[in-house]
Design a protein around this ligand. Structure first.
Ligand code: IMP
Length: 419
C-alpha cells in the first residue's frame, strides 16, 4: 500500500482544508508532515466552527487516526488550545517524538527579528516557525520526545538561552527562569505524553497492513524553503518531497499526488507575486473570495492565475492530478486573465526557474461567466468556465480531477474524462 498526498501549488491558502475534509472519510490515517500552527483552516461541522492549525483534518472522521509527523514544529501551548475543541481524541492522535518544539521564546524571536528587518520583513505569521526550524537545523533544537524528562529539558533550554543571552537581549527577548520553564513543560508532559510515539513505525505498520494513509501538506509550493520565492518563504519543505523526510516514508511509498490550486492567486506576507492585481479586480477577488488569513486575519494579496508558476509547481511535486478551488469567486468578471509567460528584463520567459522579482506577467484573456457557484456537475458549468478549466489543464500539463464551486462540501465537481 502507498500513501496518497495533497499539496498546495501556490503560496498557501489554496483550500486544502475542504479537500482533506472531503477525502478524510476514505482514509484510515491522516498525517501532517511539515509546518506548524502557521497553517490554519476552519471547518464547520453541525453548525459548529472548528479551527485547525496543527491537528490533521482527519480528526473529524470518527474512524481516522491522525498523525503529526516528525517534520512538523509543535507549539504545545497552541496544540492544547486546539485540542480543547474536541471531546475525546484518545487513540485518535499520535505525535512524533522527533517533532521539534516551539516555545514562547521562539515566537518572541520571530516577532523581534521581523521588527528588525523593517521594510525587508518577510511578513511571517509571528508564530516562531523560523526560529524553531533554525534551532533544529543548527542542532540545538528540542524534540517533543524530550518532554518525557522535563528536568533535563528545562536545564538544557535555560543553559542554551543563557549562552545566547547577549543576542536575546539585543532582540529584547526575555529568558524564562528554570522554575517557570519546568512548570510549563510539566503541564505539556502531563497533557501530551499519551500522544507521543515513534510515528514512522505507526505509518510503516499502517501501510504494511493495507491501511489507507493521506499525507496533508501545509502552506504551498511557492513558500518552500528551497524552491519557493526565497527568502520570502516559510522554513520547511512544503513540496511533496518534504513528506518523506517529514514522516520517514520513503519515496517509493508515496502513491497518488494531488495538487491543490485556486482559480486565481493569493499571497500573504511579502515577496514577489508576478500576477498581483493592485486595482479593482484584485479587490473584488479579495471580497468575493473572503481572502483574509485564518491564522492572522491579514488581508491576502490577490491576483490572476499564474500558469507559469502552476506548471513549475506541478513538476516539482510530481502531481498526478490537480483540484481547482474557488472557481465561483470569478463569477461576474467580464474578462478573466491567465499569466502564460513572464517578461524579465525585456525577455519572454516561460518557466519559473530563477528569480521572479522583476517578472511582469504576459496575459491571455478569457471571456468571463455568470454563475458557477454551487454547480455540482461538469455539464452544468457555463461554457466559458469549461473553456477556462480546459485551458488551465493544458497549460499545467496535468489533468484536473476536481473543481470546487463553493465552500460547501457538496458543491464539488468530480471529473472523469469529460470533453
Ligand atoms: P512563517 O511560516 O510564519 O515563518 O511565515 C513565512 C511566510 O509564509 C509568510 O509570508 C507567511 O505569510 C507565509 N505563510 C506561513 N504559513 C502560511 C499559511 O498557512 N498560508 C499562507 N501563507 C503562509
Amino acid at each position: 500500500m502507498k500513501a496518497d498526498l495533497i499539496v498546495g501549488l501556490q503560496w498557501g491558502d489554496e483550500g486544502k482544508g475542504k479537500i482533506v475534509d472531503l477525502l478524510a472519510k476514505s482514509y484510515d490515517y491522516v498525517t501532517r508532515y511539515q509546518g506548524g500552527h502557521n497553517a490554519g483552516h476552519t471547518i464547520v461541522v453541525d453548525g459548529k466552527k472548528l479551527a485547525l492549525h496543527l491537528v490533521p483534518s482527519g480528526i473529524l472522521n470518527p474512524k481516522a487516526i491522525n498523525i503529526i509527523g516528525n517534520g512538523v514544529v509543535i507549539s504545545p501551548e497552541a496544540l492544547l488550545k486546539e485540542l480543547k475543541q474536541f471531546d475525546s481524541i484518545d487513540g485518535k492522535l499520535f505525535i512524533s517524538n522527533k517533532a521539534h518544539l516551539i516555545l514562547s521564546y521562539h515566537a518572541a524571536i520571530d516577532q523581534a527579528k521581523e521588527k528588525q528587518r523593517g521594510e525587508n520583513a518577510i511578513g511571517t505569521t509571528g508564530r516562531g516557525i523560523g526560529p524553531s526550524y533554525s534551532d533544529k537545523i543548527s542542532r540545538s533544537g528540542h524534540r517533543i520526545g524530550e518532554l518525557l524528562d522535563t528536568q533535563t529539558l528545562a536545564k538544557k533550554i535555560t543553559e542554551q538561552l543563557n549562552e545566547n543571552k547577549a543576542y536575546l537581549d539585543s532582540l529584547g527577548v526575555a529568558i524564562p527562569s528554570f522554575d517557570s520553564l519546568k512548570e510549563e513543560l510539566e503541564l505539556y508532559k502531563k497533557e501530551l505524553s499519551k500522544f507521543i510515539i515513534d510515528t514512522t513505525d505507526v505509518l510503516w505498520k499502517a501501510l504494511d497492513s493495507q491501511k489507507r494513509v493521506l499525507l496533508e501538506g501545509a502552506q504551498g509550493t511557492l513558500l518552500d524553503i528551497d524552491h519557493g520565492t526565497y527568502p520570502y518563504v516559510t522554513s520547511s519543505n512544503t513540496i511533496a518531497a518534504g513528506a518523506c523526510s517529514g514522516t520517514g516514508l520513503n519515496p517509493k511509498e508515496i502513491g497518488k499526488i494531488t495538487g491543490i490550486i485556486k482559480a486565481y492567486c493569493t499571497r500573504v506576507g511579502n515577496g514577489p507575486f508576478p500576477t498581483e492585481d493592485f486595482g479593482s479586480d484584485g479587490d473584488l477577488i479579495a471580497k468575493n473570495g473572503h481572502e483574509f488569513g485564518t491564522t492572522t486575519g491579514r488581508k491576502r494579496r490577490c491576483g490572476w492565475f499564474d500558469a507559469v508558476a502552476a506548471k513549475y509547481a506541478c513538476r516539482l511535486n510530481g502531481c498526478d492530478d490537480v483540484a481547482i478551488m474557488k472557481l465561483d469567486v470569478l463569477d461576474g468578471f467580464k474578462t478573466i486573465k491567465v499569466c502564460v509567460a513572464y517578461e524579465i528584463d525585456g525577455k519572454r520567459v516561460d518557466t519559473m526557474i530563477g528569480d521572479v522579482t522583476k517578472a511582469k506577467p504576459i496575459y491571455e484573456e478569457f471571456a468571463g461567466w455568470d454563475k458557477v457557484k454551487g454547480v455540482k456537475e461538469w455539464k452544468d458549468l457555463p461554457e466559458n468556465a469549461k473553456k477556462y478549466i480546459k485551458h488551465l489543464e493544458k497549460l499545467m500539463g496535468v489533468k484536473v480531477s476536481l473543481i470546487s464551486t463553493s465552500p460547501d462540501r457538496n458543491d464539488t465537481i468530480f471529473l472523469g474524462n469529460e470533453e
